[in-house]
Design a binder for this molecule. Structure first.
Ligand code: DGJ
Length: 737
């Protein structure tokens, strides 16, 4: 037996046993050299063959070895399955060889086990700060005919139930080959009794929870939009049929990538379930030149034996601590005021300074100047690409405005949309082929704009320099990086015809290159990503920018579902959530300021309304909200989140945040609709220490076990859209018996 800490290799049986905190992941090289999957689930102390491969003669499952009718890849559970040599299920890899054939046959060649986790060149990924946090296994498989190998990389985090996987392919031939599909991971479960959870929606209703049973056939979740998208998050979870929020086994997979992705779930006729995930092979291919390497993005795979809640908290901790980077990772984030819904394009220096003065008096810490400060942009038809200040609106320029905002005691932040160009812009007039397009075809616009071709180095350099100039021109301490359309007519005139199917992936690589250059050059700037709200809320973007504007829909009621769904994967600190005016601009609903505040305070808090138009009463209420958020901010942003009532299933929503030492908690309860006969309700809490005694701010005292098993009494709330919050703090270590 040869092992490094969490990764064991049994030389005789050729078995790899990866052991995380509470899970095991086991693989075996079968006698023919294929890498087979044995087990992913609750941690095993040892493995003695209970899941060993079983072979049987199955009609219509062909056999690669004449004479042996029992072996077929069609029924063999694999780690990196291909198509064409007896497996008919969805493949994880498909290549095209120089002769046009597409048969691959990858067999085990070697492996290496080491402490730590290597970086993924050019791609965002989770990381370790010291080698003892994780161990990595790299298994090299080689094609049985051509000198092409793939390296499957598995990293086990020691203190979390996290396994990450990615794949690297290298071409040692003298000729180029073509990658048609290369998933980042594949798991073949030998069972089919699952529920599938995914997060889907549209602009303004991102990450709605969709749960369905998995049946024989293929189900796929994907984006073909050039961004991870509002429509589907690059995520799937398989849940045991009896699994729920607080119990049961859940397997969650999330791709660290911001472009087109595909997640497939296939149940075959033998009751097996295959899942795989990676770059979307639709309209994708990659010419892999001699000696070149292609690296796939990483998939984060979380195992939970205690339901969805525990899966989410694992993702939250990992993303907070080992995906997000930079000085803001561990810092409480500023409360901001954004002028978008306050003014849209209709502002000038005086208006912004007026808002800043009022914001500062209320305790807000950062003013964000949104769209409309550059070129001649007073409407969304023009000027993207012309990144020079509009002196008619801002006579003192950005520097002047930032100075005035600073005088009010606040930080200054700025909106940009660097990946886009307006046809009505000097940039487009000077460089009409700098956008994604296909010659002789229409250039479809969306929000009157085109997408700059970030697969081109010259375009990237130009934009990067523009951003550097902006950031160096004024004391800007925050950037909101927006992206307001998806890709059409995807083509780059800088690439030959044969490479055109590489463009969407090259775009994302180019984007990552620019973001890396920018965030490393400006480590003291807080970056927030945005894509018409949450159209690119994915772990890829979080690697560069530690917070995201969750949704353009700021209605408190709609936000309950959006933020609940988002919390399935992403921590509250990463979720921008603002109080906006009523009637709400997206759905025209009127909710009271308390409800709006309580919903927004469940994330990374801010305001997005005209503070100069508040009544005295509203100003007082807002000042109190800001005071409260400053007290609970550490808990919300760095605590553990427990979801208590699910708005997708109930007519109420509730969640709570608990500090790491369980000495503090903050509970938020939202009642969606009013009822004539409101019931007396209690709310059962989670995550507290049963033996502690807790007090509320109002002086009520409860035991931890009492709050969790019996519940906290809820008041009767009159009317629609009501909220109620409770702050708990430990007052004694042990509840007297
Ligand atoms: C879309 C964003 O999501 C909004 O918050 C705002 O920044 C607009 N773009 C500005 O054009």
């Amino acid at each position: 037996m040869n092992h490094i800490t969490n990764i064991l290799y049994d030389e005789d049986q050729k078995i790899f046993h990866l052991r995380g905190k509470d899970f095991s992941y086991i693989m075996q090289i079968c006698k023919e050299g294929y890498l087979g999957h044995l087990y992913w689930g609750k941690r095993l102390r040892s493995y003695h063959g209970s899941m060993n491969f079983r072979y049987a003669d199955r009609p219509f499952s062909p056999n690669p070895y004449p004479g042996d009718r029992t072996f077929s890849l069609d029924t063999f559970p694999q780690e990196m399955p291909a198509f064409g040599n007896t497996d008919f299920r969805v493949p994880a890899i498909q290549l095209e060889w120089p002769d046009g054939s597409r048969i691959t046959d990858f067999r085990y060649e070697s492996h290496r086990i080491f402490e730590g986790k290597p970086e993924l060149v050019g791609l965002p990924a989770t990381y370790v700060e010291s080698d003892d946090e994780a161990a990595t296994l790299e298994i090299t498989l080689k094609d049985s005919f051509y000198p092409v190998s793939i390296v499957l990389s598995y990293t086990v985090f020691r203190d979390e139930n996290v396994l990450t996987r990615s794949v690297k392919i290298s071409n040692q031939m003298k000729e180029e080959i073509k990658i048609l599909k290369i998933a980042s991971m594949n798991v073949d479960f030998r069972e089919n009794e699952w529920k599938l959870l995914h997060l889907s929606g549209a602009w303004g209703s991102e990450r709605q929870m969709i749960e369905r049973t998995v049946e024989q056939g293929i189900c796929q979740i994907e984006s073909r939009r050039g961004a991870s998208s509002h429509q589907h998050n690059p995520f799937l979870a398989l849940m045991r049929k009896d699994a729920g929020e607080t119990s049961g086994e859940v397997y969650g997979c999330n791709l660290v990538y911001s472009g087109n992705f595909l997640a497939q779930i296939e149940v075959d006729g033998f009751h097996n379930t295959r899942i795989n995930m990676g770059i979307n092979p639709f309209d994708f291919s990659w010419r892999l030149m001699p000696d070149a390497i292609f690296q796939t993005p990483e998939v984060v795979m979380v195992y939970s034996s205690q339901g969805l809640g525990e899966m989410s908290r694992t993702f939250h901790r990992l993303y907070r601590r080992r995906l997000c980077r930079g000085i803001f990772r561990d810092q409480e984030r500023p409360i901001l005021i954004n002028n978008w819904e306050a003014t849209y394009f209709d502002f000038d220096q005086e208006k912004i300074v007026g808002i800043a003065g009022q914001a500062s008096a209320l305790g807000i810490e950062l003013l964000v100047l949104d769209d409309g400060w550059f070129g001649k942009r007073n409407i969304d038809t023009d000027s993207l690409g012309d990144w020079s200040v509009n002196y008619n609106k801002l006579p003192g320029g950005l520097d002047g405005l930032a100075g005035l905002v600073k005088q009010t005691g606040m930080k200054f932040g700025l909106w940009v949309e660097p990946e886009m160009v307006s046809p009505d812009s000097d940039l487009y007039r000077a460089h009409p082929d700098w956008c994604l397009h296909v010659p002789n075809r229409n250039r479809s616009e969306s929000r009157n704009q085109l997408v700059l071709d970030f697969s081109r180095k010259d375009v990237r350099n130009y934009i990067l320099n523009k951003m550097i100039n902006i950031l160096e021109s004024a004391p800007i301490q925050y950037i909101k990086w927006d992206m307001n359309r998806n890709m059409t007519e995807v083509g780059s005139v800088s690439l030959p015809g044969k490479n055109q199917q590489e463009v969407s992936h090259r775009y994302i690589l180019g984007l990552y290159e620019v973001l890396e250059a920018l965030v490393s050059r400006f480590p003291n700037v807080l970056f927030e990503s945005c894509s018409g709200g949450g159209g690119r809320f994915d772990p890829g973007m979080l690697f560069y920018m530690p917070q995201t504007w969750t949704s353009d829909d700021t209605d408190a009621m709609e936000r309950l579902k959006i933020q609940y769904g988002t919390s399935i994967l992403y921590p509250a600190i990463s979720m921008g959530s603002h109080v906006s005016a009523v009637p709400n601009h997206q759905v025209h609903r009127i909710t009271d300021l308390k409800m709006r505040g309580d919903v927004a305070m469940s994330g990374n808090f801010g305001y997005e309304l005209d503070l100069t138009k508040l009544s005295l009463e509203e100003s007082v209420q807002i000042r109190d909200q800001i005071c409260l958020y400053k007290k609970i901010r550490g808990l919300i942003q760095f605590g553990e989140q427990y979801r208590l009532l699910n708005p997708f299933k109930d007519d109420r929503t509730a969640w709570m945040f608990v500090s790491a030492d369980q000495s503090q908690a903050y509970v938020s309860y939202f009642k969606h609709m009013g009822y004539a006969q409101e019931e007396f309700r209690t709310l059962r809490l989670q995550g507290l220490e049963p033996s502690f005694l807790y007090a509320t701010d109002e002086g009520d005292v409860f035991g931890g076990s009492e709050l969790m098993y019996a519940g906290i009494p809820l008041p009767q709330l009159d009317g629609d859209y009501k909220s109620y919050t409770v702050s708990l703090r430990k007052i004694e270590d042990t509840v007297p018996e």
